[in-house]
Structures are given as C-alpha cells and as structure tokens.
Design a protein around this ligand. Sequence first.
Ligand code: UD1
Ligand code: MG
Length: 423
Amino acid sequence: MQKSCIILAAGDGTRMKSSKPKVLMEVAFEPMIDWVMNAVIETEVIRKNIAVIYSAESVRSHIEKKYPRVNTFAQTERKGTGHAVMQAESFLQERGGDVLVLCGDAPFIDTETINESYELHKAHANTVTVITADVDAPFGYGRIIRHGDTVTGIVEEKDCTDEQRALTEVNSGAYWFNAEALLKALPRLTTANQNGEYYLTDTVKLLQNDAGAYKSTHSEITQGANDRRGLRALNDIAFRANIDRHSDNGVDVIGECYIARNVTIGQDTTILPGTVIRDNVTIGKNCTVGPFAHLRPNTRLADGVKVGDFVEVKNANIGEKTSIAHLTYVGDSDIGKGVNFGCGCVTVNYDGVNKARTVVEDNAFIGCNTNLIAPVRVGENAMTAAGSTVNKDVPAGALAVERAELRMRDSFKLNIQRKYKKK
Ligand code: UD1
Ligand code: MG
C-alpha cells in the first residue's frame, strides 16, 4: 500500500526568541528539519510522497532547494497541529494509503522507529498508531491515555488532570494514520482546549476503536526543542552520539570535539581537543586532526594526513601523508600526496567576487607564510620559499621565490635609540 509522510514545520517557535523559524535551527550543525527529512528519505517513502507544512518562506525555499521533489503547503494562520495537517488535505486525498505524520522540531526520529511502527500499524490493522516512549521528564508533552493496548486519547500538558500529569508515557508527535480515516477525523476537531487550537492529538480519541501505540525504547526520539535550553540539550545528545559512533569504529576522540552527523572517519585516526568537523567530511585512516582544527564541508583527507593546530580546511581534497601542521587555511583546493605545508600558509581562494581553486601536486613543499593566489598550480616536487606570494603556476621541480631583498643598516645603534625614547 502507498506510504506518504507529512512533516509539520509551521510552528513559530516563539520560545526560541529568534528571527529564524524553529525547524531551521541547527542541531550538530544541521537544521532540525534536515534530520527529520533524512530519517524519512531512508525509509521507503518516496520524495514525491512527502509534504512539508510551512509558514516561513525561508522554510519553503530551504525545502525546495534541497529536496526538489518534496511538496510544500502553506499554513498561513497557526491554529495548531490539527490545522497544520488540514492544509495538506488534497495531498492526503490523492495519496490515500498510510501516512506518517512527523514534527519538524523532533530531530531524533529514526528510520528503524518509522519502519517498526509501520509493521505494528499494519499487523494490528490500526487506523492510527502513535509513536510513544516512557520519559523521565514528561513535562510539556502530551500524555498517552491507554486501555490496555488501545490508546483512548492524548492529553496535552495544559489540559492534564493531576493524575494524568503523573503519567510518563508521552506522545512523540509522530504517528502512522490511515489517510482515509484521518481525512474523516480532521473536520471533527474543535478548539475546545486550553490553547484554543485544533490539536492533531484529538484525532486519536475520535479513532480510538482502532488506535494503538508503538512504544519506543529510545526516549530521545521524543525529544524536541521548544527553547534554547532545549536546543542545547539536543546538541549535547547529538554530538555525544556522533562521537560514540566514531569511537565504536576505532577512532580516538580526545576531549571536547564537535562532529556533525554526516562524517566518516577511518580507523586509528586521532581527533584532538577543540576540533570542529562539519557536515560531509571524510577522513582516512591513521590521520591526526587538531587540536583546534576546523574541517568545513566537503573536505576529504586521505590516509595518514596530519592537520594540526589552528588549521582550517574547506572544500578540499588532501592526499595521502600530506602535512598541514600549523596555522594554515586550505580552501577550494586539490592537494596531492606527501605535500608539506609550513606554518602560516594561505590559499587565497576569494577575490571578493569569485572563488578559485588551488592545486598542489605530489611531494611539493610550501614554505612558511606562503600565499597561493588561486587559480594557481604548484607542480610535483616544486617548492615555494618562505614568505612568498605566488600568483603564477610553479613548474614541477622549480623553486618559487618572491621576496624583497634583505638589507642591513650598519649604523642603526638600537641601544642609543632606546635611551632617547625613555626620556
Ligand atoms: C506536540 C503534541 C504533543 C507532543 C509533542 C511532541 C499536539 C497538540 N501536541 O506538542 O502531544 O507530545 O508535540 O513534541 O500536537 N506546528 C505547525 N503548525 C501549527 C502548530 C505547530 O506546523 O499551527 C508544528 C511545529 O512546527 C512543530 C510541530 O507542529 O514541528 C509540533 O508543534 P509544537 O507547537 O512544538 O507542539 P508541542 O507543544 O511540542
Ligand atoms: Mg514541540
């Protein structure tokens, strides 16, 4: 049967106190909506069967740019999660089948949870399956009201009785619905609650004859961020999980490092304190990175590369056993094998209008404080002298020296000058 997905991303996120919409706020350097999108894309739901409900133009353009085949529906007035789903009624009618509804502000929903909850949804022939978890701090979440295996309702924090508030099984904000049943339930929603909103959660009460729950054992799948403290907590969880994954793969991560989700690191590589590794970076085996290195998107380090302190690498390929040991910027570059960068080198990649690439071939030696003005190529086994600004290609094996003559003034008499200065 057809599977589709609706992602709710129109909330205004007032409590974040930001000019940015909440779902574009970042967890481990990645907008929350991208985490959710990624989990869905890894399932069998195809992109043309995904709909995102937005209110901010920036959310719409982010989705259209990054996920061109995904549908977008505007929610011009924010009247609650039920009202958000109503904006996609035409989509639900066309797609039919089963629809997964997700919150754009709960980034840790994962493919396994989505797939397993779908199995349960089908096996029990439910019209709605709520994805839930037991949590230590249920404050702020909707509580699950059960009668055995049947879910009879979801009560929001503000609408809870004291007894309901003590329940620890909460609504993750993710559900599988039978699309037809959902379409029938939506018009029956009312705003008779503390917030005066159309709650999607009220559909569960309306569909309770066939409403079930998939209780996940990973409580973090429910975790959302409503304010900056919540966002910080999500970042802590995400960075920790990313580092744990690398540790399990044989990588040493020492001290505080910040590694994005989409990063590959080879065995026996060491990442030293203060290092930041952004999205889409690949690091080979037996490398050393840090302390205080910054690897920005689209960086590839081959095996045995050394990237030392205060080195930034961006959109660059670095060949085997190349060393960029101190205080250097390498951006938009293709660097060969066995290259040595001295201290304080810069690939000058930007002229204020365009970015250009730097190529350094195998075994070249870039002297300290060299500026490589791109586009430029340094040939195999070539060398640049310390302090040179190189704006022409350097042939293989050549030495490029750009340096004013060093002059000596014999009668300088430093001590006499100092003496007069003091007076
Ligand atoms: C919601 C659930 C709650 C659940 C929690 C999980 C409801 C009524 N409550 O509460 O049971 O435990 O999520 O995180 O559904 N949104 C829109 N349009 C709107 C309002 C919200 O698109 O008019 C989107 C938001 O961008 C967000 C999602 O819906 O991604 C959830 O909205 P939010 O306001 O965060 O609801 P919670 O109070 O967290
Ligand atoms: Mg929320």
